[in-house]
Each structure stands twice: as C-alpha cells, then as structure tokens.
Design a protein around this ligand. Structure first.
Ligand code: SAH
Length: 272
C-alpha cells in the first residue's frame, strides 16, 4: 500500500511579473494564474495594488513589504504543501532585482515545483513612456541593465564608471536617490551632453518624466523632488537631434533581403 496515497501533492508556485503598474500590463497568462490563486503574496513596496483586482474574492492576500524571507517562504511552502494555488507577485519582470533566486532555492530544497511567468519590466515601460527605441543602428545596439552600488556590493568590473565607457544605452534601477553619484560615475564614460531621462512611476497615474543631459539632470531631479521608484535611462538613443533621426534599420530597408522579404519585390513596391 502506498504510504503517500493520501498525501496531497504540492501545487506549483507561480512567480509572476505584475508589470510596471498599469494593471493592463500584466501578461494574459499572469492574469489567468492570479485569478485562480488561493494565496497571493505581493511585493507591496512596488506592486501597484490595482493589479489585485484580478484576485478571487476569497483569496488570502499578503503584502510582503514588511516580511522577512523566512516569513514569506513559510507562508508559500505551507500553502503549496496543503494543495493551495500560490502566486508570488513581483513588480516588473521577476528576473530583475527581485530576490527571486533565494526564494527558488528554498522551494527546490523542499521539492516544491514552481514556474516563472515574465512581466513587462519598468525599463521597457519607461522607454515606452519616453517614446524611444533603446537600440539604434550605428549609435548603439546594446542595453545595459544595472544599478549603483548600495548595500548590495557591485562586482568591480561593473561599477557605473566602468560600464559608462561602452557608451551603450543604460537603464539604471534602484539608484534615483543617489542621482548625484550616478551622474558623477556616468561622466567618467559618457560625454557630459549625453541625453538622460528619469521616469518616475512609469504607467502609474502620477507618472512623471524629467529630461535633460548628464550635466544638468541631477539638479532637475532634485527640483522635481523625485527620490524613489524611478528609472534612469541614459544614452545617445534618447537624443532628438538629426543624427539620431536619420538612422534607418536594415530590417525595413527596401534593398535588404531576408527570410521573410524579397529585396526586388520590396523595390518594385516602392517605399518611403
Ligand atoms: N523587477 C523590477 C525591478 C525591481 S527593482 C522590474 O523589472 O521593473 C525596483 C526598481 O525598479 C526601482 O527602484 C526603480 O528603479 C524601478 N521601477 C520599478 N517600477 C517602476 C516604475 N513603475 N517606473 C519607474 N521605475 C520603476
């Protein structure tokens, strides 16, 4: 006789990206699992509560903002083991600055299955708010996601001043409170007139954008009183000048052939 016959199998835990704030920016899949969840633990410091409108009436909801990892995981493990459907809701995409790994490890050690459902990172929501493409031909084809060193130590080669030397587009998370230090480090690699924008609470009702250049942004941000929940994006792709506007990609170039388009046909059809 199987001893485990009556033992319920642990339900998989779903780590879901809630997106940057606008509740319509959760994925269709993320919303479906949120709707079915019995227990939801959301990262309340940043997940906008509006997204919880998708939860069932009788779902048990916890805000993890004031909890320790042990407290969070105790709830998750207990609920999953008793056969409940658990959702751990992270802001943006759960694979960026979400302390995801340490949660996953505890589940793996406890043999509890889990899945990760991606979300729209605030980096992309901020680029959309700025109406900018982060990669432009011949300007940069690289985007760096990073942060300023805080209590979390940075590997030496990843200091902002080092990364700045690439002159790529850079999205700086978790650092707006130290904007002066950010600027000081970035100036060691980018020219002082490089465009920079700060997006406060991208996609929230009170979203705000502050645009400037490396040389003047710190002052503008201080004046706007923005101290948290903001994305810093720096790089030439944010520029408005003719040099940026003239760039055309090969992808839609009528002389450029690829698997989905025949160049001759493109030329025959004409184009802009
Ligand atoms: N996983 C998240 C990032 C969490 S770290 C993501 O993919 O977006 C928290 C940092 O993300 C904040 O300090 C801020 O830099 C940025 N952030 C989160 N939500 C934001 C928003 N709505 N607008 C601008 N920046 C945001």
């Amino acid at each position: 006789m199987n001893k485990n016959k009556n033992k319920k199998r642990a339900q998989p835990v779903f780590f879901i990206g809630a997106g940057p704030g606008d509740p319509e920016l959760i994925t269709v899949k993320g919303k479906r699992f949120l709707e079915g969840a019995d227990v939801i633990i959301y990262a309340g410091s940043l997940v906008k509560e509006k997204v919880l409108q998708y939860a069932k009436q009788d779902a048990t909801i916890y805000n993890s903002a004031s909890m320790t990892l042990q407290e969070i995981m105790k709830i998750i493990v207990k609920a999953a083991r008793s056969g409940k459907k658990v959702v751990r809701l992270h802001t943006g995409d759960p694979t960026l600055y979400s302390a995801l790994q340490e949660q996953i490890e505890i589940l793996e050690n406890g043999n509890i299955p889990y899945e990760i459902i991606p979300g729209v990172s605030s980096a992309f929501a901020s680029a959309a708010a700025l109406k900018k493409e982060l990669t432009l031909p011949e300007i940069t084809q690289t985007v760096i996601f990073t942060r300023l060193e805080g209590r979390t130590r940075m590997p030496e080669k990843e200091r902002l001043s080092e990364l700045a030397k690439y002159n790529a587009t850079m999205c700086v998370f978790l650092s707006i409170g130290m904007i002066e230090k950010v600027v000081e480090e970035l100036c060691q690699g980018y020219p002082a007139d490089t465009p920079l924008a700060v997006v406060y609470r991208a996609t929230w009702e009170d979203e705000r954008i502050v645009r400037g250049a490396l040389k003047n942004i710190a002052q503008k941000v201080k004046k706007a009183g923005i101290k948290r929940q903001a994305m810093i994006i720096v790089g030439k792709t944010l520029g408005q000048g003719p040099r940026v506007k003239k760039r055309r990609s090969k992808l839609y170039d009528r002389n450029f052939e690829h698997a989905y388009r025949n160049a001759r046909l493109g030329r025959k059809l004409g184009g802009i």
